[in-house]
Ligand binder design. Structure first.
Ligand code: ARG
Length: 578
């Protein structure tokens, strides 16, 4: 269900009938003022300009050809050549009745599903996941769920940082702990700590540093014992990430992991290929690609090192290999990668080189989606009071305990179990929504008070709206089995109908631009419209006719389902009562 598309098609036909070319763009958009109708077609002005003809006269011709009978109750010419479309309430009601029992809420399923590779989360396993990985994880997961809801085929790729020279010192340190009879799980219970200890030893004990370097060589040469130790380290580290994914209600599974190490065997071939095609050249012992397309203002090309002078490979080499794997093995139509904005240059370089080398055919889309940083209240990067990085696990625990205190204050009668369950959903939901609702590319300030507020664009506000509808259903003894049809009489009902029927557009925008904040806005607007409707259009009052009551309950049913589905795409739970 896409009103935009329906209107576009009809207006386009009228434009062609009025003598405009086949590729003419009707430029349909939502009106921003009710007296301009519900939708506007603004394409005539552009077309008239091209033809050097009077736009208003042309619009009148188009209007004469336009047939929106049954869809619009009024179509009028306005201003220099706008066409204002007032939709028919009966038609809107019919569309709503149509989607009332549709599990996709009227959102069409992709007819030719694309293979979309989504690379997100990707923590570095040598360390605990920190708040910086929060954004990649939850933005990526929301886009993944939106794609799947639309019927696209998604392949998740968790490009974990599970390789690199730092593993030398980590493995040397781990082997010492095991030799002292410590259990690996205990030794690695706090990865941050473990990393710090290993680093201190590396910097201060010469013999340890030597052993660490030996471990790197051994690991790279496939030494069995070393590989086993590494695997142990990785497994425990992954399980830490999995705890966070569960807590965050994120869909990533172990099978989605395709860490950096998975590309190891292919790296020499990547270099051979680049050298054979004269794309990479030898430069001071290293292998380098000089990217002229990205030259600076003095004309010096951008330098992209693909192999270090000692023979070591880099993050860049792995990403080139990943491009090839994803397009050739996974048959990607589109690749989307979520990392913070500081990696933008890297992915630009990767794309240029991968396209040149044929690792990334022209038909495969490659979208690096950068995001801004999470800032503390002081406007500086989010840190603990002592200046350390905040662990994600601790942040989420704090969210839950804050939510618990809030709910306990509002509803002191809840049992502890109920309270804990609600606190989990509200606390985690609040952190996620606060993040997802911000424009992806800007930095944002993390603030407990605003994200946990029951007013404004927050998860608790939306969860509350949903649970209020559920309590109406309980009071009205409403069951979907005997749901009646919807009719639209009041302006608040019409506004809701228009909003509900925009879901597909919103999902498409989220998918195309990788911007879950558009869905957040949409849900907030929907909940706000519901609140105004609830004020203006009574449902449970005794003097309401049974037909009106049933129609409003059915409308509430679609609203509740849309809120629930929308929040589910954001990975946020709803509850029957709160
Ligand atoms: N592990 C990296 C980091 O924490 C992110 C990896 C993103 N994906 C990629 N294909 N490079 O910054």
């Amino acid at each position: 269900m896409n009103i935009n598309n329906i209107l576009s098609e009809k207006v386009k036909l009228a434009m062609i009938a009025a003598g405009l070319p086949e590729d003419t763009n009707p430029a349909i958009s939502l009106s921003n003022r009710a007296n301009f109708g519900d939708y506007q077609a603004n394409g005539v002005m552009g077309a008239a300009k091209k033809l050097k003809t009077n736009p208003r006269e042309l619009a009148a011709k188009v209007l004469a050809e336009l047939n929106l009978s049954g869809i619009a109750e009024k179509v009028e010419l306005a201003g220099p050549g706008f066409i204002n479309i007032h939709l028919d309430s009966n038609w809107l009601a019919a569309q709503l009745n149509h989607i009332a029992s549709d599990k996709h809420l009227g959102v069409n399923q992709a007819t030719k599903p694309q293979n979309v590779i989504v690379d997100y989360s990707a923590p570095n396993l040598a360390k605990e996941m920190h708040v910086g990985h929060l954004r990649s994880t939850i933005i990526g997961d929301a886009v993944v769920r939106a794609l799947e809801f639309r019927g696209e085929h998604v392949i998740r790729q968790n490009h974990m940082g599970d390789w690199g020279t730092q593993f030398g010192m980590l493995l040397a340190h781990l082997s010492d702990k095991l030799a002292a009879n410590e259990v690996a799980e205990t030794a690695l219970a706090d990865l941050e700590n473990f990393y710090r200890e290993a680093k201190v030893r590396f910097d201060n004990e010469d013999s340890f540093a030597d052993r660490a370097r030996e471990y790197v060589v051994k690991l790279q040469s496939g030494d069995a014992q070393c590989a086993k130790l590494w695997q142990q380290f990785i497994d425990i580290s992954i399980s830490h990430s999995e705890d966070i994914y569960n807590k965050l209600n994120v869909t990533l599974k172990r099978d989605d992991i395709m860490g950096e190490s998975a590309y190891n065997d292919d790296l020499p071939h990547v270099i051979d290929d680049l050298m054979a095609q004269n794309i990479a050249v030898e430069d001071q012992g290293a292998k380098v690609v000089f990217i002229n397309e990205m030259a600076n203002k003095d004309g010096e090309p951008s330098v992209f090192i693909v192999q270090k002078s000692g023979g070591g490979y880099l993050y860049a080499t792995t990403d080139l290999s990943a491009c090839r794997y994803r397009s050739k093995e996974l048959n990607a139509d589109r690749i989307i990668i979520f990392t913070d904005a500081r990696q933008a240059l890297h992915f630009k370089q990767v794309e240029i080189v991968a396209r040149k080398a044929g690792f990334l055919p022209a038909h495969v889309g490659y979208h690096h989606c950068p995001f801004g940083m999470m800032m503390g209240e002081d406007g500086k990067p989010f840190k603990t009071r002592s200046g350390g990085t905040i662990k994600l696990a601790e942040l989420l625990d704090e969210a839950v305990s804050r939510a618990k205190a809030l709910i306990a204050e509002k509803s002191p009668h809840y049992s502890d179990d109920t309270l804990n369950d609600l606190a989990e959903k509200v606390g985690i939901g609040a952190v996620k929504f606060a993040d997802l609702s911000k424009n992806r590319t800007s930095d944002y300030i993390f603030n407990w008070q605003t994200m946990l507020s029951f007013e404004g664009a927050t998860a608790p506000y939306l969860q509350y709206a949903y649970s209020r509808i559920q309590s109406i259903f309980t009071k009205a003894n409403f069951s979907t089995a005997d749901m009646q049809s919807i009719s639209i009489a009041e302006p608040q009902e019409k506004a809701l109908a228009l909003k509900l029927l925009q879901l597909e557009n919103v999902i498409d925008a989220v998918i195309n631009e990788c911007t879950p904040n558009l869905l957040c806005n949409y849900l907030y607007e929907l909940a706000s419209l519901y609140m105004s409707f609830y004020e203006a259009c009574p449902i449970l009052k005794a003097d309401i006719s049974p037909e009106v009551k049933q129609s409003r309950l059915a409308l509430c049913h679609i609203i509740a389902n849309t809120l629930k589905q929308g929040l589910d795409i954001l990975g946020i739970d709803v509850m029957e009562r709160m």
